[in-house]
Design a protein around this ligand. Sequence first.
Ligand code: NDP
Length: 474
Amino acid sequence: ATANIGVVGLAVMGSNLARNLASREGNTVAVHNRTQARTDDLLREHGDLGFVGSESMDEFVASLRTPRTAIVMVQAGPGTDAVIDQLAERFEPGDIIVDGGNANFQDTIAREKALRDKGIHFVGTGISGGEEGALNGPSIMPGGSDESWETLRPILESIAAVAEGEPCVTHVGHDGAGHFVKMVHNGIEYADMQLISEAYDLLRRAGGHSTEELVQVFQQWNEGDLESYLIEITAEVLGHTDADTGKPLVDAILDHAGSKGTGVWTVQNAVGLGVPVSGIGEAVFARAVSSKADQRDAVRRSTTNRPEPPPVPETFEDDVRAALYASKVVAYAQGFDLIRAGAAEFDWDIDLSAMARIWRGGCIIRARFLNRIAEAYEKNPDLVTLLADPYFAQVVADGDAAWRRIVGLAAASAIPAPGFSSALAYYDSLASERLPAALIQAQRDFFGAHTYQRVDREGTFHTLWSGDRSEQRL
Ligand code: NDP
């Protein structure tokens, strides 16, 4: 046995992660893939990295030093289960199986429990950054036991992205915590992409910006508070010309957005936990709406009164920027609320500030303003919402008027901006002295005797709505 770490699954993510590992001082990396050709390709193309190849699972496991550590990078679901089973049959107590795929955190909790009974550490690990991140430094979100973290820490720190001198990896919490946090990361990614695409649409359709102007705007935004990977690639995407037509490629792409499901998981879990992640929800729904070709077609044909966009104000471009930033703050605030609620529900000790720090590099949502989020939770780990942090309260206050102008303009122009408008509604809900929820409580009590509480007296009450309308204290 010569390898201190192994990788099973050598498609794009696994082979890049294996190369990343093998290029770090002190690592000898064993590799295995169900289909031998992938292993052969990796050894042929990157043999200089000293991989230990194996044709069978037995050979792979035999090539690992104890305690054995294997990272599984195979298709989530049954494929992952199959490989975990094969490893578990061969591993001994104290060995570590890392699942780096996009597993559902509930599966991770179940797998961890089953393997813990055998003395094997199972570490569900979120890895973000796509193929480029896997190769050059991803953001890594491991769950699992404290003991396994001791072994994994130096290895994962050596391959993670670095932001402000710190590796973008930390022990998130036990069992499914890492995959839960990765799920929320992906949900936030959905929201961020939706908001950016709304900004693009408004600039284009209401503002009449040309492609060149759009590229410039996003490049400029990437110099300020909005600086982030997603804004940066947006400028690049918009600037890309289609070789066939000579026009912007984005204009030739079918406007039906797909998804692989992590956004849906985020919303499902948030609903279950009672956390309003409306920004992520709107993003998931907006993708679904975009793909309803028949409904879009039917309504477009039956709608005759499309308003002309009104003229935009002088401040338009900056207004869109401010609306985007404020809406983004809301989406992230909601995502962090969900992590906190998940931690409470599943008994994880998650440091929210550390989550913001490990997302500053390597991952898809890496952004300058994550520094501010890290600071906010570091100063006050019990912060009830990011919107109450002085810095973010100021961002939202500064953008307030612009945000309202943009949401109003979008409605008047018949340009859908569900992300911007629902974020504003969420903010206004939290900021309102009184909400119409009082009426809902009265309605619920009317038809279902669900009771209500009063603002002026302690206790639980029910009104005999269909009787003499007297109020009973229960
Ligand atoms: P895929 O998700 O396309 O998975 C292909 C790999 O899974 C191949 O190595 C394949 O082996 C293996 N596999 C599938 N079924 C089985 C099985 N029953 N037994 C053994 N091996 C099996 O590869 P990716 O590299 O794109 O992703 C790997 C994991 O990383 C996934 O869980 C994905 O969700 C996650 N991930 C991907 C990201 C990305 O940007 N692509 C980002 C972050 C995470 P074979 O060659 O024999 O078919």
